[in-house]
Write a protein that binds this ligand. Structure first.
Ligand SMILES: NC(=[NH2+])NCCC[C@H](N)C(=O)O
Length: 410
């Protein structure tokens, strides 16, 4: 049976992608919680939606089927028992496993249609929206000034991170910060219960329950055998080891390249500093390279008795040439490597390109220096508007989760 998931590279023609159109969750962010919500500013919602619609249209115009997370989840919850089970879990993961607040939240959420309920869960539930049967101490005395029972999920439009499709399977991710951890429960229900995926033989390489932290922004599918992954603020060595073990045992993958990157907010994921855009071309933010183009990378392969061999290598070009069997790799520096332009454009996701076919990418219009340079290197660039979307600290790659890509010609 053909799996409904098929991603054997970062660059094969993008056939199906999952997005989330930003909604009311954006307007539930206010200055005091910016840090906790992992954003630096508050997008202006109507324009963010307009920009997002244009992004989705650019993908459709280029032959990509666009699926929306909110619709996939709604369809996954069509059966009332499953919907009930999901609600119990999401309310528990929001901090209320039982009690008066749990009961009131459940009753409130059940009063919506399933689609509106999904939108509401993403948007967040304010304390003044519900009435509890009796007043608990928690209600009276805990976080008195905090306005939410269920936090908004303003990062939901970065569909890249809660999961990642690799080969005919998926990792459903244990995300790092509380602000995003509930997002991958959506993926779990979509894979288990949406008719498009349920009982279709989708391999779950790693579920969201083991402790090690991992996010899709760190998972780069370089080929049908090679995965690159960031050791980053969001992805731990423990999770990478577990994923490598699972892939080596159950899939075609025999090489995992773990690349250590700085652990900070500007470079939270590998895809904020490094993306693949053609058979032999990559964008790279010069700040991750030491003199001579060196990084700290650990190359993992299966060894005898289910063990894993690890070698430490540092020359990024050579690592990629060897892993992809290319005689020459072209590393294109974000912002041309200029000491001001490079970090400025990287901050607004100048390295976060989404390849929609080999040598063809979608990027933010604001990163014009990087975009011009990509064109000089022969890349076809589709620019999308980015004034508001970029405020969430993610670009076209972060905003998209490829579900199906065409295989590359060998
Ligand atoms: N794949 C990515 N680079 N995603 C960016 C996610 C940005 C989001 N504000 C976060 O901190 O989680």
């Amino acid at each position: 049976m053909q799996s409904p998931i098929h991603v054997t590279s970062e660059i094969g023609k993008l056939k199906t992608v999952m997005l989330h159109r930003p909604g009311r969750e954006i307007e539930n962010v206010y200055p005091d919680i910016l840090h906790r919500m992992l954003v630096d500013d508050i997008p202006y919602l109507p324009i963010a939606q307009e920009e997002h619609d244009l992004f989705a249209q650019t993908l459709r115009d280029n032959g990509t089927e666009v699926l929306y997370l909110e619709n996939l989840l709604t369809d996954a919850l069509a059966d009332n028992n499953i919907k009930d089970e999901f609600l119990e879990k999401i309310i528990a993961e929001s901090g209320f496993a039982g009690g008066a607040i749990h009961d009131a939240l459940k009753e409130y959420l059940l009063s919506f249609s399933t689609k509106d309920m999904v939108d509401k869960i993403i948007a967040g539930v304010r304390k003044d929206e519900i009435k509890t049967k009796y007043v608990s101490l928690a209600e009276l005395a805990e976080d008195k000034d905090y306005p939410f029972y269920m936090d908004p999920m303003p990062n939901a439009y970065f569909t890249r991170d809660p999961q990642a499709c690799i080969g005919d399977g998926i990792t459903i991710n244990h995300m790092t910060f509380k602000a995003r951890q509930r997002e991958s429960l959506f993926t779990e229900y979509i894979i288990k219960h949406n008719p498009r995926f349920a009982d279709k033989g989708v391999n779950v390489w790693r579920s969201r329950y083991p402790e090690g932290r991992i996010e899709g922004g760190d998972e780069l599918v370089l080929s049908d055998q090679v995965l690159a992954i960031g050791i980053s603020q969001r992805t731990s060595a423990k999770a990478i080891t577990e994923l490598a073990e699972s892939l080596f045992e159950k899939s075609n993958y025999d090489t995992v390249i773990a690349i250590h990157i700085p652990h900070n907010h500007a470079m939270m994921h590998l895809d904020t500093v490094f993306t693949m855009i053609n058979y032999d071309q990559f964008t790279v933010h010069p700040a991750i390279l030491r003199d001579g183009g060196h990084v700290d990378a650990y190359i993992m392969h299966p060894a005898a008795n289910g063990e894993i061999s690890i070698t430490h290598e540092t020359n990024l070009k050579e690592i990629l040439e060897k892993a992809l069997d290319k005689s020459e790799i072209d590393l294109i520096p974000t912002g041309g490597g200029d000491p001001i332009i490079a970090p400025r454009e990287q901050w607004n996701d100048g390295s976060n390109t989404l390849a929609i076919a080999p040598g063809e990418v979608v990027t933010y219009d604001r990163n014009y220096v990087s975009n011009d340079l990509l064109r000089k290197h022969g890349i076809l660039v589709h620019e999308v508007r980015s004034s508001e979307l970029s405020r969430g600290r993610g670009g076209p790659r972060c905003m998209s989760c490829p579900i199906v890509r065409e295989d590359l010609k060998k």
